[in-house]
Design a protein around this ligand. Structure first.
Ligand SMILES: Nc1ncnc2c1ncn2[C@@H]1O[C@H](COP(=O)(O)OP(=O)(O)O)[C@@H](O)[C@H]1O
Ligand SMILES: [Mg+2]
Length: 394
């Protein structure tokens, strides 16, 4: 099975640098690695200081890279799909060819091509590891939700079964109505299958994990907590938090010493927020990270003796289970003293107080609208139950 590591986080925190360093360090260890950029603000070419194309491009021994490009994908691999939408919209006499072509590119398509490319890299069996340089958090969620969204598109654009199209064709011909041809439909069905399979693959936490990159400041910590909670709720396991750009120690009393100390405190909060997930750190280096040698050096700082491709957690710490009457938010907390913790809800989070330590778990909107009805603690897991029907809450 191919190991997949998805690197995400806020813009500018160092996602692409971490993704590139992770991939290169693994490749140097003999792991056959691909790095795939699905962030439209591509910069792998800048980071590796060499041109990286829309097809797997050799970068180093055991390492290939590619940047997903919407125009390239629509022109080459997905001409059949574009054709399908073109045919659909051409049925409308008010839409000319150019407009039809525009309609064939719909929102989410970039993420879709990213998913399909990821699927192709996994299926090729050419790689042991695929590192995904993912878009910033909000777009990343689009990427994860895509299999569901695609279902919606298909229901909208494909109201008739393929066989029905075949049956309807003679009549349509007589009435002079253009129907999408069979190869377009095959393409679309194939596309749908692939994305569905990949959606299931991504939720398999034996092979797939996400690493959240952040800088040591309050705004980034808040966003990373939300990202972590949401990724967990999507069933994606976060197996490391990467705190990047820490200031090195400075002379006591200096301006930078103040900031270094602030960051140090923030690091404590990061550990408190995400335990038991491993926290990897790197200082702010004296130069931008460009080219293989600085990247390898950066990779070494982050991972030290840890193999970058390793799965650093066994089990997703936060899961959402469904029962007939409840949604249960389950959280792995080892060694919880039943009598010694408090649990309450705020307007956007659930707070758990444990021996003076506070854990704040932001809730997704879907749970915020529901009433909390109790909690249980079994097998080192705390489960908080929310009433399934939201009628009890305004
Ligand atoms: N630890 C670090 N020390 C110094 N510069 C860094 C460090 N991490 C990242 N950078 C630099 O910060 C900039 C943004 O990094 P990048 O990886 O492109 O971020 P993102 O992909 O999150 O937008 C780049 O110029 C990169 O070289
Ligand atoms: Mg980037």
């Amino acid at each position: 099975m191919t190991r997949v590591i998805i690197i995400t986080g806020k813009g500018g925190v160092g996602k692409s640098s971490v993704a590139a360093a992770t991939a290169l360090t693994a490749a140097r260890r003999g792991v056959r690695t691909a790095i795939l950029s699905v962030d439209s603000a591509h910069n792998l070419s800048d980071i590796f200081a060499r041109r990286i194309h829309s097809e797997p491009t050799p970068i180093a021994d055991n390492l290939k890279g590619l940047e997903v490009d919407l125009n390239y994908e629509t022109r080459t691999n997905w001409a059949g799909i574009v054709n399908f939408f073109r045919q659909l919209t051409l049925n409308n006499s008010r839409i000319n060819e150019i407009v039809a072509e525009e309609c064939a590119v719909f929102p989410g398509m970039e993420e879709l091509f990213g998913l399909l490319r990821l699927h192709a890299l996994i299926e090729s069996k050419e790689f042991d590891l695929v590192v995904v340089d993912a878009p910033p958090t909000s777009d990343m969620l689009k990427f994860l939700r895509l299999p569901d969204v695609l279902e919606w598109y298909l229901l909208k654009f494909l109201p008739l079964e393929k066989t029905l199209f075949r049956t309807a064709r003679p009549l349509a011909n007589r009435l002079n109505i253009v129907l999408p041809d069979d190869s377009s439909l095959d393409n679309l069905t194939d596309w749908h299958d692939k994305v569905g399979r990949l959606g299931r693959y991504l939720m398999d936490y034996r092979n797939v994990s996400a690493r959240v990159v952040m800088t040591p400041d309050r705004v980034c910590l808040e966003e990373s907590r939300r990202t972590f909670a949401t990724l967990s709720l999507f069933g994606l396991m976060v197996d490391a938090i990467i705190v990047n750009k820490l200031f090195p120690a400075h002379e006591a009393g200096s301006f930078m010493c103040f900031w270094a100390r602030q960051q140090h405190q923030m690091l404590g909060q990061v550990e408190g927020s995400f335990a038991p997930i491993p926290i990897l750190t790197s200082e702010l280096l004296t130069q931008e990270i460009v080219g293989p040698e600085p990247l390898e050096n950066f990779g070494w700082r982050l991972y030290k003796e840890i193999p970058p491709e390793a799965m650093l957690m066994d089990e997703p710490p936060l899961k959402l289970n469904e029962t007939k009457s409840t949604y249960d938010l389950c959280l792995k907390i080892p060694f919880l003293d039943k009598d010694n913790f408090r649990l309450w809800l705020t307007h956007d989070s659930v707070i758990i107080n444990l021996h003076n330590q506070r854990r704040q778990i932001p809730l997704p909107d879907s749970l915020l609208r529901r009433e909390m009805i109790g909690s249980t603690y079994e097998n080192q897991t705390l489960c908080i139950s929310f009433r399934r029907d939201s009628a009890g809450k305004p």
